[in-house]
Design a binder for this molecule. Structure first.
Ligand code: NDP
Length: 327
């Protein structure tokens, strides 16, 4: 049988954490034959650590056969020690009256510290997924704070945007969601992301031809996917958590276990692909194999798509600019 791998999760007592940990523990992320040691980080204050204890009591009470150990801590160097996977979920939410730049700098501090801790103690092959917002910029900060780890190990979650786009396309075409191939989401995990179905197919048929409605694309599809998070808050009174956790599972599972040629979306550091400046953490279509992702290259970018890509890139560059003095 396989030896256990170490999975670190930050913000483990939050609502995404609550929807995530039980699925990691049951083997949905890394396989039903892969034991895991959960290394859970929460802010050191007593309330958060107590909440974390409660979550661990529930994990214990599930008696998951794959759980080989659970560590609870307020110290990133304990949580990330020898970690093979790190899911950075905890982040500072925007409080009342908080400006965007305050949010950026509060999170920059968290992700600088966590990047340094990963750099110091994690496995040299650690696969890092940033979920906490602003996810792309937080991933960029962690990556820049971990100069001894390969930059390619730092990724941000665009998979929820990808899954949301797939679900809208399935509803529009009346086709099963898992029949959709070659969907891409470009850019920032924010309402500026560009979900692009120009290359997508369903059972070999072109999605663009099936839908055949550029007005729907521009005026309905893109705003619906872009504002989905806000729509869920309006309906539920709480932000999306189960679907965010599900996307994190999908992202890590596909990265670790491969997609068999299927395209998925990941936020990954650019090496200049599609004209995106090096190191910007950008949503790209990728395939994965043997624990490595590969950006799908050579896709034609038409003028509408270029405009959208430029727009989401501009936002990302502004975010980076807002934190550069901290790096
Ligand atoms: P959630 O678990 O709901 O959200 C966590 C983060 O995920 C937020 O930054 C949130 O962004 C982000 N996120 C990304 N995509 C989505 C999405 N599609 N839908 C919803 N959220 C998304 O937050 P909670 O407040 O319930 O829990 C956060 C926990 O993190 C707390 O327990 C807190 O103590 C902890 N924390 C831990 C830190 C650490 O470990 N060092 C540091 C900071 C906090 P958004 O805010 O934009 O919704």
């Amino acid at each position: 049988s396989k030896s256990p791998v170490r999975v670190a999760v930050t913000g483990a007592a939050g609502q995404i954490g609550y929807a995530l940990l039980f699925r990691i523990a049951s083997g949905e992320m890394l396989g039903k034959d892969q034991p895991v040691i959960l290394q859970l980080l929460e802010i050191p204050d007593e309330k958060a650590q107590n909440a974390l204890k409660g979550v661990i009591m529930e994990l214990d009470d599930c008696a998951f056969p794959l759980v080989a150990g659970i560590v609870a801590t307020g110290d990133p160097e304990v949580a990330f020690k020898d970690a093979d996977y790190a899911l950075l979920v905890g982040a500072r939410p925007r409080g009342p009256g908080m400006e965007r730049k305050d949010l950026l700098s509060a999170n920059a501090q968290i992700f600088t510290a966590q990047g340094k801790a990963l750099n110091k103690v994690a496995s040299r092959n650690v696969k890092v997924l940033v979920v906490g917002n602003p996810a792309n910029t937080n991933a960029y900060i962690a990556m820049k704070s971990a100069p001894d780890l390969p930059a390619k190990n730092f990724t941000a979650m665009l998979r929820l945007d990808h899954n949301r786009a797939a679900s809208q396309i399935a509803a529009k075409t009346g086709k099963p969601v898992d029949a959709i191939e070659k969907l891409a989401v470009w850019g920032n995990h924010s309402p500026t992301m560009y979900a692009d179905y120009r290359f997508a197919t369903i059972g070999g048929q072109s999605v663009k031809q099936l839908i055949n409605d550029d007005v729907w694309n521009k005026d309905t599809f893109l705003p619906t996917v872009g504002k989905r998070g806000a729509a869920i808050i309006a309906a539920r009174g709480l932000s999306s958590a189960a679907s965010a956790a599900n996307a994190a599972i999908d992202h890590m599972r596909d990265w670790a276990l491969g997609t068999n040629g299927k395209w998925v979306t990941m936020g990954v550091p650019s090496n200049g692909e599609y004209g995106i400046p090096k190191d910007v953490i950008f949503g790209y279509p990728v395939t994965t194999e043997n624990g490595e992702y590969k950006i799908v290259e050579g896709l034609d970018i038409d003028s509408f798509s270029q405009e959208r890509i430029d727009f989401t890139l501009k936002e990302l560059l502004e975010e980076q600019d807002g934190v550069k003095h901290l790096l």
